[in-house]
Design a protein around this ligand. Structure first.
Ligand code: BMA
Length: 372
């Protein structure tokens, strides 16, 4: 018995050392979700996964006109021959049973892309630019003071919000693998909350109110609805210090992955400042991740229109090179004036190929076994 106990203790210690914390916050997480969680720790020894929002839904042709919905197509694949290892999606408008999300992607297509990405062994992550449950006619971006306070004071608004969460739960529990198993997703609600452009932003709620909606959301999905194929990601926007990052943190028991969103603006004048700022934030994230035993990622980043030809090897690579990030994700190739990954012939495409060839940047072919 003693021997057995000793072996067990050694095994647990080894798995903590190798995989980090070992378990997602949801004690009932499905087998695939647990496996994914462990692999997200392990993958860090190999490198950093590359991701893009809506990478399979639409993009840009060589002449910068848009393509939409072409089967199996992705601008990243056109440029480097492989899919991003991480694909992001947004559930905005699921609240209203809309056929398409806020960027025009049919929810049926999002479901298919998530299932296909899972089959290829990639990671799926979901954001949610939801409307305001206190006044559903208002979007995420309509700044409304104290929405969260009003939400919890108003039973009707809270009912609206729970109905919206029911729709999220239904969507997530309809994502299936080939054996009928649930496809795990990384959900990162109420993102960029250190900024003040969404109704859940820093100027419109107190830290306690922010934590309250986070706790309500996780508890409702996990315990009331019994959804067990979700990992939860907490992602701020720019932050100034560890204290600032953690000001609204909803607690170790409510978050699986910590990250931040950070965009490069005003290039090339700001190239060095951006790099320096991003490195500072990645280092802070690493400290917090180590202390709390949480996975880390740059949950959104990018330079709109990638106007710096060597942005990938010259700016992104130095930021992520010596880190323990599980992934970085660039935003969507939405329009000729609003894209974040190169398309065929785009001025940073050659540099992106060099970035792709770096052994520590991971794309789908490098991560096939995230669920095994
Ligand atoms: C923003 C822009 C918008 C889009 C939103 C949600 O950053 O890309 O055009 O609607 O994200 O995806």
């Amino acid at each position: 018995m003693k021997n057995f106990l000793f072996i067990w203790v050694v095994q647990v210690c080894c798995s903590v050392l190798v995989f980090g914390q070992g378990q997602p916050i949801d004690p009932k997480a499905t087998a695939e979700t647990q496996k994914l969680y462990q692999k997200l720790w392990k993958i860090r020894q190999k490198g950093v996964m590359f991701g893009q929002q809506d990478a399979l839904a639409y993009g840009l042709n060589a002449d910068a006109t848009r393509w939409i919905g072409d089967e199996g197509r992705s601008d990243v694949k056109t440029v480097v021959g492989d899919y991003p290892a991480v694909i992001g999606y947004d559930l905005g408008r699921i609240e209203f049973d809309s056929v398409r999300n806020l960027d025009g992607v049919p929810f049926s297509k999002i479901k298919k892309d998530i299932e296909d990405t899972y089959k290829r062994g990639g990671l799926n992550t979901i954001s949610w630019h939801l409307n305001n449950p206190v006044d559903p006619t208002r979007s995420s971006w309509d700044k409304a003071d104290s929405t969260i306070k009003h939400l919890f004071e108003n039973p009707q608004a809270l009912q609206t919000y729970t109905l919206w969460l029911d729709k999220v739960a239904t969507f997530v529990t309809n994502l299936k693998g080939s054996k009928g198993e649930l496809v795990p997703v990384l959900f990162r609600p109420f993102h960029e909350h250190t900024g003040s452009w969404f109704w859940w932003g820093a100027n419109y709620c107190t830290p306690t109110e922010y934590q309250k909606i986070w706790h309500f959301t996780v508890d409702y999905l996990m315990n009331k609805k019994g959804v067990h194929n979700i990992l939860y990601g907490y992602s701020t926007d720019r932050f100034t210090s560890k204290e600032h990052y953690l000001e609204r943190f909803p607690g170790d028991d409510n978050v699986d992955l910590i990250g931040f969103d950070f965009y490069h603006r005003n290039a090339p004048a700001s190239n060095e400042t951006f790099k320096k700022e991003a490195i500072r934030m990645v280092e802070t994230l690493k400290t917090i991740g180590t202390e709390k035993q949480k996975l880390t990622a740059i949950t959104e980043m990018g330079l709109e229109q990638i106007t710096v030809a060597d942005w990938w090897t010259g700016i992104v690579w130095p930021i992520i090179q010596k880190t323990d990030l599980s992934y970085i994700l660039v935003w969507r190739n939405g329009r000729p004036d609003h894209f974040y990954a190169p398309y065929q012939g785009q001025q940073s495409a050659k540099d992106f190929v060099m970035f792709y060839r770096l052994p520590q940047t991971l794309f789908t072919k490098d991560v096939k076994k995230l669920y095994k």
